[in-house]
Structure formats: C-alpha cells, structure tokens
Ligand binder design. Structure first.
Ligand SMILES: [Zn+2]
Ligand SMILES: [Zn+2]
Length: 137
C-alpha cells in the first residue's frame, strides 16, 4: 500500500497516510474558511487507522469549537494539520498537508455558503456530502 508523508508548515509535526482516501474535495463552510483563513479548504478523508503521527506529536494542539470537529495544528508554527471527526470516526487531512498525494477532488460540500464559486463540473452539495445539490452558478 502507498504511504504519503505530510508535515506542518515548519516540519516538526510529521504524519503518514496509508492507502487511499475515501473522499477528496473542497469544503466551503464558514468554519473551514474562518479556521484556514482561506476561501475554501481542500479535504482528504481517511479512516483513523490510516493516519499516523510520526513526529512532533507533543506539539500538536487541538481545538474543538463543537464536539464534531477537533481541529489540530502545530503549536510551534501554527500550521494546520488535520481535523479529527470523532463521531465518524474519520480524519480530514488537509490536502495541502500531504503534497505527495495526487489531489483528485470529486465534490464540493457546504457549497450553499461559498464565497468562491467554482465552475468545474463537480457535484456541489448544499451541506454535507449527499445533501441537496446546488446548481453551478
Ligand atoms: Zn510546525
Ligand atoms: Zn468545512
């Protein structure tokens, strides 16, 4: 199985993702935008046992605004690493955190909240994956 190596901005927190992500896409929700300070977040979804922190775990901070999402970042550089969704359970490793993984998005989620419309022909779910579809504008 393929292993993809990733790291935070400064390289102290390192991780490995093994196998293939179950989903990849873009999240347009306000929480992701506010947390990432970007107009959209590229996500890759993994089962918890596919993701392993391989270095700097003691520097990994966690903030849970709601119990659904434990957002994790490196306390040394502030670089974002991933969001653990304990209720899934699944882990969203931000696509930018694992540059070696070919990012092949298949959907947009929370598109009803978008501030950056994208015409790319991919399905655009109003909320989470499987919710009502929004037409491309
Ligand atoms: Zn760092
Ligand atoms: Zn989001």
């Amino acid at each position: 199985m393929t292993t993809y190596k990733g790291a935070c901005f400064c390289g102290t927190v390192t991780l490995e993702c093994t196998g293939a992500p179950s989903r990849m896409g873009y999240c347009h929700c306000r929480s992701c935008r506010s947390w990432s300070a970007g107009p959209v977040n590229g996500f890759t979804i993994w089962a918890p046992d596919q993701v392993k922190i391989t270095g700097g775990a003691e520097h990994l901070g966690t903030f849970a605004k709601t119990p659904r999402s434990e957002r994790q970042w490196c306390k040394l550089c502030g670089g974002h690493v991933m969001t653990v969704h304990p209720a899934g359970p699944y882990i969203d490793v931000y696509a930018a955190t694992i540059p070696d993984l070919p990012f092949v998005p298949s959907m947009h989620v929370h598109y009803a909240e978008t501030v950056l419309p994208m015409k790319d022909g991919l399905p655009k779910f109003s909320a989470g994956g499987g919710s009502a579809l929004v037409a491309e504008g």
